[in-house]
Write a protein that binds this ligand. Structure first.
Ligand SMILES: NC(=O)c1ccc[n+]([C@@H]2O[C@H](COP(=O)([O-])OP(=O)(O)OC[C@H]3O[C@@H](n4cnc5c(N)ncnc54)[C@H](OP(=O)(O)O)[C@@H]3O)[C@@H](O)[C@H]2O)c1
Length: 247
C-alpha cells in the first residue's frame, strides 16, 4: 500500500492530486486542510489549521505496517496579500510564513522522525514556485517562504546523502526530497493575484493576461504531471525543478 500525506486537499492542486491518487486502489490519502471536500473510502481527512503552531507541532504521522511507499506532499500555500513591504500587517506576515514555511518544516521533521527506521520508500515533495527564485513585487512573504522551502529541500537532501555514505547506514532507508514548482495554475490563488490593486503590483496585467490568453494550466493536468514524475523518482535530476522540466 502507498500512503500519501498531502496538505491543502480542499481545493486547487492538492485536491486534484488527491483525487487522481485515489483512482488507484493501492493508494491511501491523508488530506490536511481546514476544509474537507473529498469523500472516498481510501481518503482520511485531518482538519488542521496550518497557521496554528501548536496544532502543527502535535500532528502525528501513523506507522503503516503494510506501507510500500510513504509520501509527504507539502502543497498548502497562501499568497495572502499583495502589497509592498511597509504596507503589510504583522499578524498576516507571521501567519503566511507559518503556512508556507514553518508548517512544511515541522511536518518534514516529524515525517523523517516517524519513518526513519521503516523500509518503505520515503519521499517528500515540496510544492515550490518560480517566485522562490525570482523576486516579484508585492509578494515578499510568498517569495521568501518559497525560497525557504527550496533551501529546506536542499539541506534535507544533503543530510540524506551524507547519511547514506556512512557505512552503518542502510541507503534504502533514506528519504528522497524534491522541491517541484507547478507553473501558473488555474486555481483560487490566481484569482487572488488578479484581484490585487494595480498600485501595489506592477505585474497585474501580466497575470490577467495569463488567464485571458488561456496560459494557465489546469490543476488536473498539473497533478497528473506530479504523479507521473513521482512514479519514476530516479528520473528526477535535481532537488529543485519545475514540472516544465519533464515531458
Ligand atoms: N496556482 C498557481 O499558479 C501556483 C503557482 C506556483 C506555486 N503554487 C503553489 O501550489 C500550492 C497549491 O496552490 P493552489 O494554487 O492549489 O492554491 P489554492 O487553490 O488557493 O489552495 C490552497 C490550499 O491550501 C490550503 N490552506 C491554505 N491555508 C491553510 C491553512 N491555514 N491551514 C491548512 N490548509 C491551508 C487550503 O485549504 P483550506 O482553505 O481548506 O485550509 C487549500 O486546500 C501552493 O503551495 C502554491 O504556493 C501555485
Amino acid at each position: 500500500m502507498n500512503y500519501y500525506y498531502i496538505t491543502g486537499t480542499s481545493r486547487g492542486i492538492g485536491k486534484a492530486f488527491a483525487e487522481h491518487l485515489l483512482e488507484n486502489p493501492s493508494n491511501r490519502v491523508i488530506g490536511i486542510s481546514r476544509h474537507r471536500s473529498i469523500e472516498h473510502a481510501n481518503y482520511k481527512h485531518s482538519y488542521l489549521d496550518l497557521t496554528d503552531v501548536n496544532a502543527i507541532s502535535g500532528f502525528k504521522f501513523e506507522l503503516h505496517a503494510n506501507a510500500k511507499k510513504v509520501y509527504l506532499i507539502n502543497n498548502a500555500g497562501v499568497l495572502g496579500f499583495i502589497k509592498p513591504v511597509g504596507k503589510l500587517d504583522a499578524a498576516t506576515i507571521i501567519k503566511n510564513y507559518t503556512v508556507n514555511l514553518i508548517a512544511p518544516t515541522v511536518l518534514t521533521n516529524a515525517f523523517i522522525e516517524c519513518y526513519d527506521s521503516t523500509d518503505a520508500e520515503k519521499v517528500i515533495v515540496n510544492v515550490s514556485s518560480g517566485a522562490g527564485k525570482n523576486p516579484i513585487d508585492g509578494w515578499a512573504v510568498y517569495c521568501a517562504s518559497k525560497a525557504g522551502i527550496d533551501m529546506l529541500s536542499r539541506v534535507v537532501d544533503s543530510e540524506q546523502k551524507i547519511r547514506a555514505k556512512k557505512p552503518q547506514e542502510n541507503i534504502h532507508k533514506g528519504f528522497h526530497i524534491f522541491s517541484i514548482a507547478p507553473g501558473v495554475v488555474n486555481t483560487g490563488m490566481q484569482e487572488e493575484i488578479r484581484s490585487a490593486q494595480k498600485e501595489d503590483f506592477s505585474r497585474l496585467e501580466d497575470f490577467i493576461g495569463y488567464k485571458v490568453n488561456n496560459q494557465l494550466s489546469e490543476p488536473e493536468f498539473v497533478s497528473k504531471k506530479y504523479i507521473n514524475i513521482l512514479a519514476n523518482i530516479n528520473s528526477i535530476k535535481d532537488v529543485l525543478s519545475s514540472i516544465k522540466d519533464y515531458d
